[in-house]
Write a protein that binds this ligand. Structure first.
Ligand code: ZN
Length: 124
């Protein structure tokens, strides 16, 4: 059963997001408890790692930290997003983040100028 009456704050800006809590079947036939599934945002899980001074449990138990980040913060901070799905976020940010759009348009124009100059030099 999905509990939909929960909320969670965005890790970045503190905006309150609806949060679904439920049990999800996994491959081995057991159930996994999902306690962070934000509406209007994304959920991130870390198992910790070497280099962090706050979370590196290495306990073999799958100990995690979970955070939610609202869609607006993802769009605002698109410059720091990495991963194979980056293009999706970039495309939405081009529509909704005017400073990012003008920065990207300027970079594209600079690239085209360099390319045109290179093509002219090839003709010489
Ligand atoms: Zn936020």
């Amino acid at each position: 059963m999905v509990q939909t009456d929960q909320t969670i704050d965005c890790f970045c800006c503190g905006k309150q997001l609806g949060n679904w809590v439920y049990d999800q079947p996994i491959k081995d036939g057991t159930m996994k408890h999902v306690n962070v599934h934000p509406m209007g945002g994304l959920h991130f899980t870390t198992y910790g790692h070497y280099g962090s001074r706050v979370f590196d449990p290495m306990d073999g138990k799958g100990t995690t930290l979970d955070v939610a980040i609202c869609d607006e913060c993802i769009i605002e901070k698109v410059r720091t997003v990495r991963g194979t799905g980056w293009r999706d976020v970039h495309d939405i940010a081009m529509d909704e983040n005017s400073s990012y759009r003008s920065e990207q348009t300027s970079r594209q124009n600079e690239f085209l100028t360099i390319l045109e100059e290179a093509m002219e030099n090839l003709d010489d």
